[in-house]
Design a protein around this ligand. Structure first.
Ligand code: ATP
Ligand code: MG
Length: 494
């Protein structure tokens, strides 16, 4: 770390021995760091709590507090802010304590007695790492920005189109119907629309139409007046009134009964509600967002849903594609959920190994993003190293027979042209270099194949495909291209 940067770096020394404390203060100050000291664990924790400490050097043995307990407390304080890096000082021969400390999140340890230079080196190393981490976090944020809208993440063209639509929707008050399979993010979209609209400061009220029995749902939605029925001892405002000026989210709208469909239609048309037992209607100003995993057009055909209501709700439709149709998002989301789960559980889980990634790419995700989120949460909870392996995934995900080529192609970000080229070259290999047979199997005429091969020849630098390959179907060539990883959009650290 440059000396000029040291002046902006605060090191806190927690040490009960005054002579030692002074020595460390002097040496670190001489190196250009901002140094603060605390005479014991309690005081140290209080200082960390008020923020701004980059590095903490602490003894494990202190009269007022065990250093390991202190570590735990510090991790708990700092879960939202960037916690300080920690170096623990242990007595000679207590390597076990040192290891425990590192498991609890200390960055490094140093054993007493130590040379002051050894400590300064450890300090420099820790602070360099801290700087690097910050830089990575900043870059991740930067790179991820175009891939999100509110809490929604996605870089597939389908999701980019959804974000574009959502951006346009925010300034209007039109009703929106959100469709998509279970777990595709319908509720997240509804919230994103509300919280980015001029109504954001007014309430967002969500009702699950499938979860509430019909009779109850009516009074939930529209409210009732005292005496409307036997148990109605007081007036009760319905959700339309609660959402006044804001947004009402009608989830699972496809499950609404015919009688409530008729009532809802009237409310939307007239912009007024009539609570049970009321003699006069009341004006309401509510934006209605609705969602369903059902195919409403089909429900209309079958007579289960009113067409006129459908048109009122479906002024604009946001259709969320299933996760299996947007593999580009899968890795981005997986990384995001991994970082989140690791942060929550305070585990240093960094990524998936390649086989685990392939398994994730090949599984069809019937439960969509929610299922992915759960699978990763579980993997982080079970995982024992910083690299997750297929063993950390549930059996249904792990056991999918993998189509190596496609999973690999996606992981390696191949374009269609690159994939085509690999396929053609592989086929030629399998046919022992016989172009006629290869063309037949590829469904190409020979001229086209020749033309493509010539093109490859021209564009390639070092390629071995011009030579006839062994006739036996060879092992798929494993390319050692590093896997392009998408950074998560929300940070695990800093
Ligand atoms: N694009 C996304 N980016 C980040 N998280 C997402 C995305 N889509 C969904 N999620 C997460 O997946 C989970 C399911 O999302 P949500 O509840 O919005 O789905 P849903 O379509 O309403 O599902 P259901 O039909 O089962 O009610 C939530 O935890 C949500 O945060
Ligand atoms: Mg939902």
């Amino acid at each position: 770390m440059e000396r000029s940067e040291r002046a902006h770096t605060t090191v806190l020394v927690v040490e009960d021995d005054a002579a030692m404390r002074d020595l460390l203060f002097e040496s670190l100050s001489e190196e250009g760091y901002q140094v603060e000291t605390a005479p014991g664990g309690r005081a140290g924790i209080e200082r960390v709590r008020s923020g701004g400490i980059d590095l903490l050097i602490t003894d494990v043995k202190m009269p007022d507090l065990d250093g390991l307990d202190a570590l735990q407390e510090i991790r708990a304080i700092a879960s939202d802010r960037a916690p300080p890096h920690i170096i623990v000082v242990t007595a000679f021969g207590s390597i076990e304590t040192a290891i425990k400390a590192v498991k609890l999140g200390a960055y490094d340890y140093i054993t007493k007695p130590f040379e002051i230079d050894a400590l300064l080196l450890a300090v420099d190393k820790a602070l360099n790492e801290r700087q690097l981490r910050r830089e990575v976090a900043r870059l991740r944020r930067e790179v991820a920005r175009p891939y999100q809208f509110d809490h929604l993440i996605g870089r597939s063209s389908a999701m980019q189109a959804v974000f574009l639509l959502l951006r346009r929707l925010t300034s209007s008050s039109t009703n929106v119907l959100i469709t998509g399979e279970s777990g595709t993010g319908k509720e997240l979209v509804a919230r994103a629309i509300h919280y980015n609209s001029p109504r954001a400061k007014r309430p967002f009220v969500a009702v699950n139409c499938a979860a509430i029995p019909d009779t109850l749902l009516e009074s939930e939605l529209f409210g009732y007046k005292r005496g409307a029925f036997t148990d109605a001892r007081t007036d009760r405002a319905g959700m339309f009134v609660e959402a006044e000026g804001g947004t009402l989210f009608l989830d699972e709208i496809g499950d609404l009964s015919p009688s409530l469909q008729a009532k809802l239609l009237r409310v939307i048309q007239e912009r007024e509600i009539r609570p049970l037992g009321a003699n006069r209607p009341e004006k309401v100003d509510v934006r209605v967002l609705s969602a369903t995993h059902r195919n409403l057009e089909q429900r209309i055909q079958e007579g289960g849903f009113r067409e006129d209501l459908f048109y009122r709700l479906n002024v604009i439709q946001v259709a969320l594609p299933p996760l299996r149709e947007r593999t580009e998002d899968l890795l981005l989301l997986a990384d995001h959920f991994l970082a989140e789960a690791a942060r929550r559980s305070n585990k240093p889980v960094a990524s998936f190994d390649e086989t685990a990634l392939k398994a994730l790419c090949n599984y069809p995700w019937p439960g969509n993003v929610r299922e992915l989120e759960n699978v990763i949460e579980r993997a982080v909870a079970l995982g024992e190293s910083s690299l997750l392996t297929p063993d950390d995934l549930p059996s249904q995900v792990r056991q999918r027979r993998t189509s190596d080529v496609l999973a690999g192609a996606i992981l390696r970000d191949l374009t269609l042209a690159q994939l085509e080229r690999e396929y053609i070259e592989r086929m030629l290999q399998a046919e022992g270099g016989n172009k006629t047979r290869a063309a037949q199997r590829l469904g190409l005429d020979r001229k086209t194949l020749y033309r493509k091969l010539e093109e490859y020849e021209r564009t390639s630098t070092v390629e071995a495909t011009a030579e006839p390959a062994p006739a036996a179907p060879s092992e798929p060539r494993e390319t050692t291209v590093p896997i392009p990883r998408q950074p998560p959009s929300i940070l695990s650290e800093d």
